[in-house]
Design a protein around this ligand. Structure first.
Ligand code: COA
Length: 346
């Protein structure tokens, strides 16, 4: 019996491009206060959010993902990728995955393409998977996208979520490279706690509570079709999990967080959560990247959109030692440390 050919040894995944996109329609806190029992002051002081971008009816997650993906490919100076990994909580439809359509519309037809459902941690999960696709020889180049049209699953009357969640997309291109290069994706720390899946969920529309359009049988519970979050408990878990995952990722890189981290990019969940995590880690304020004031919480898009905007603004530059972390429904969380490469945002 002949041996199975070995996967390419020592191949690392290197970030080669980054891009972000938000839909043009801006909704301010005052816009929300005009239809909900809330205020600009309440939203700013509790979440740090002033405005957010929202899709128009008819615009779907794939539309956002295609724009961000196109920009990331331009940033990398390439037109080809052998795989597309899309992290999203708002696929265009329950079946099939959205990634194949994104690949096709980007001219990447034939690429391996699939979705990752890890809610707001999705980009870190997708980054780890993308790096794995390169390590195992599935692809030489991988487009990793985080995209969410979150407002399409928000209950417009639920002031606890309507003020926080928003729409957008971000993407990076990974290429096969050497383990010593800047931009190498190193150890990615990932974890989950399914015992608390009730904290962040869309109860209806799955196999437990079927959608109203599926065969339900007599007396079946259709379930709530909207995204629900228990804000206060979520807050506590988010702070604990992102702090501990960040410490693990920094330790794996041999970094002392307060001394060695030049830039800290956490999932833009809520400004108070970000401050609490960064304070616990000892990351100085000028080293914290944030765009939540203008874009809100964009789910799986949050981290790559932040990387794209910070790169475009010159706040994140080549050689910065960067710590990334995210937390979200699942519960699921992740973190990783890397040295930012010499890339221009697409
Ligand atoms: N405007 C005005 N009042 C609001 C409100 C809004 N948009 N949302 C909630 N409230 C009210 C509540 O009804 C409650 O009123 P009550 O005391 O009369 O019952 C009061 O404010 C406090 O509610 P609570 O949920 O305890 O507030 P909070 O200080 O925890 O802030 C969140 C609410 C949602 C901002 C906060 O819990 C939070 O940020 N959680 C984490 C959310 C997050 O980041 N999720 C993403 C993870 S990926």
């Amino acid at each position: 019996m002949s041996a199975v050919p070995a996967t390419p040894r020592g191949r690392a995944a290197v970030i080669a491009g980054v891009g972000g996109y938000v839909p043009p329609n801006v909704v301010t806190n005052d816009d929300l206060a005009a239809r909900l029992d809330t205020s600009d002051e309440w939203i700013r002081s509790r979440t740090g959010i002033a405005a957010r971008n929202v899709v128009s009816p008819g615009t779907a997650t794939s539309d956002l993902a295609v724009e961000a993906g196109r920009r990331a490919l331009e940033s990398a100076g390439v037109a080809e990728a052998g795989a597309v990994v899309l992290a999203t909580t708002t696929p265009d439809r329950p079946c099939p995955a959205t990634a194949p359509e994104v690949a096709s519309r980007l001219g990447l037809g034939g690429a391996a393409a699939f979705d990752i459902a890890s809610v707001c941690s999705g980009f870190l999960y997708a980054l780890a998977v993308g790096a794995g696709l390169i390590a195992t020889g599935v692809a030489e180049r991988v487009l990793v996208v985080g995209a969410d049209a979150f407002t399409t699953i928000i209950d417009p009357q639920d002031r606890g979520t309507a003020v926080i969640f928003a729409d957008g997309a971000g993407a990076v291109v990974l290429r096969a490279g050497e383990p010593t290069e800047a931009g190498v994706v190193g150890t990615v720390v990932l974890g989950s706690d399914g015992a608390r899946s009730d904290l962040i969920e869309v109860p209806g529309g799955g196999s437990r509570h079927r959608s109203s359009h599926a065969a339900t049988g007599d007396g079946a519970d259709l379930g709530d079709p909207y995204f629900r979050m228990r804000g206060r408990e979520t807050y506590r878990h988010a702070v604990e999990r992102m702090t501990s995952a960040s410490r693990q990722a920094a330790a794996a890189a041999g970094w002392d967080v307060s001394r060695d981290v030049d830039r800290f990019a956490a999932h833009q969940a809520n400004a108070r959560i970000l401050a609490a995590v960064a304070d616990r880690l000892g990351v100085r304020p000028q080293r914290r990247l944030s765009n939540i004031e203008q874009v809100g919480n964009t789910g799986a898009a949050s981290v790559p959109l932040l990387l794209a905007e910070a790169t475009a603004a010159g706040a994140l530059t080549a050689g910065h030692r960067l710590l990334l972390t995210a937390f979200g429904g699942g519960l699921a969380w992740g973190a990783t440390a890397l040295v930012w490469p010499d890339v221009k945002a697409g």
